[in-house]
Design a protein around this ligand. Structure first.
Ligand SMILES: C[S@@+](CC[C@H](N)C(=O)[O-])C[C@H]1O[C@@H](n2cnc3c(N)ncnc32)[C@H](O)[C@@H]1O
Length: 289
């Protein structure tokens, strides 16, 4: 069993803010609601595929975190914990806490973490959980900070949990127009992928929005690195189609949608290397002001 997070006192276990209430999610954020159920389960079941899909981002991300051997690290929206465990290897004499809303992803994370005694997980809403002040030298997130209902409040709390010289490092998707993988799915199935993965029509993913958010939350030295990587969706169009089908809900009776998606994936299938779609993310770093 992984050690219990040091800051998780018994009284905090019954904190009603720990688990995101689905009743409070606004319609414009409908995609967020399902992390505690369907989407979390999908992410858990398809963990190897999601990890392969995102793997090309890991090297640049981990290098940018600057995590050192004794650091206390927090991984926000840690999912199945791939980066949580990688961070723990960089901090063998420190500790890493992964926090996530979804019980399903955390079950997978715990299963894969049996041998790492410096990692623990907490099922909680990072947006409202009372994190200990000044507790972490590094706070990291690979695509786990895009789903907050009130990002201003969430980043303020995150900033307070960071020590003075500490660094927030996160990967967030750039705008939809720069992410072919989302456009391909949305163009066939309607705006499902973009809703699922946190895009709205009000400029989500734009560096100005993120910069404002972080500056207002008390961060400075905010820097953006433009990272572009192909995402692997499957060895061929059929496999990629099955993957998208499992992840993105769609109307099973709409033949046109299904044909369009398959055609788009087939058009992007390489002779070798599988189906690769372009993606673009911001690698964001920020310090406590
Ligand atoms: C796109 S997945 C990324 C998972 C993981 N970081 C990775 O790279 O594999 C987003 C994760 O953020 C989690 N999440 C979303 N909103 C959250 C919140 N408010 N508090 C904690 N976790 C959250 C979801 O449950 C999900 O596991």
């Amino acid at each position: 069993m992984p050690a219990e997070p040091p800051e998780m006192q018994p009284s905090e276990r019954s904190d009603p803010t720990m688990i995101q209430s689905r009743t409070t999610v606004s319609p414009s954020c409908a995609g967020m609601a399902s992390w505690t159920d369907r989407l979390g389960e999908v992410w858990a079941v398809h963990q190897p595929r999601f990890d392969r899909m995102l793997a090309r981002y890991n090297g640049a991300f981990l290098a940018m975190t600057g995590i050192s051997r004794t650091d206390q690290v927090l991984d926000i929206g840690c999912g199945t914990g791939t980066l949580t465990r990688a961070a723990a290897e960089l901090a063998p004499s420190g500790r890493v806490l992964g926090i996530d809303l979804s019980p399903a992803v955390l079950a997978v994370a715990r299963k894969h973490t049996r041998r790492q005694s410096n990692v623990s997980y907490l099922q909680a809403d990072a947006e409202s959980y009372p994190l200990r002040a000044q507790a972490y030298q590094a706070i990291i997130s690979r695509f786990g900070t895009m789903y907050f209902r009130q990002p201003a409040t969430a980043f303020h709390r995150i900033g307070q949990a960071l020590q003075d010289a500490g660094q927030l490092t996160m990967l967030v998707w750039q705008t939809r127009d720069r992410n072919e993988w989302v456009r391909v799915i949305d163009d066939s199935l309607g705006p499902r992928a973009s809703h699922m993965f946190g895009w709205t029509d009000d400029g989500t993913g734009g560096p100005e929005v993120i910069d404002d958010l972080l500056a207002n939350a008390g961060f400075d030295r905010i820097a953006f690195t433009d990272v572009r990587q192909p995402l692997f969706l499957g060895v061929d169009a059929e496999e990629a189609d099955m993957f998208v089908r499992a992840v993105v809900s769609r109307d099973p009776h709409d033949r046109r949608q299904q044909d369009e998606l398959r055609a788009a994936l087939t058009a992007r299938q390489l002779v070798s290397g599988g189906v690769l779609l372009n993606s673009a993310a911001w690698l964001v770093t920020a310090r406590k002001a």
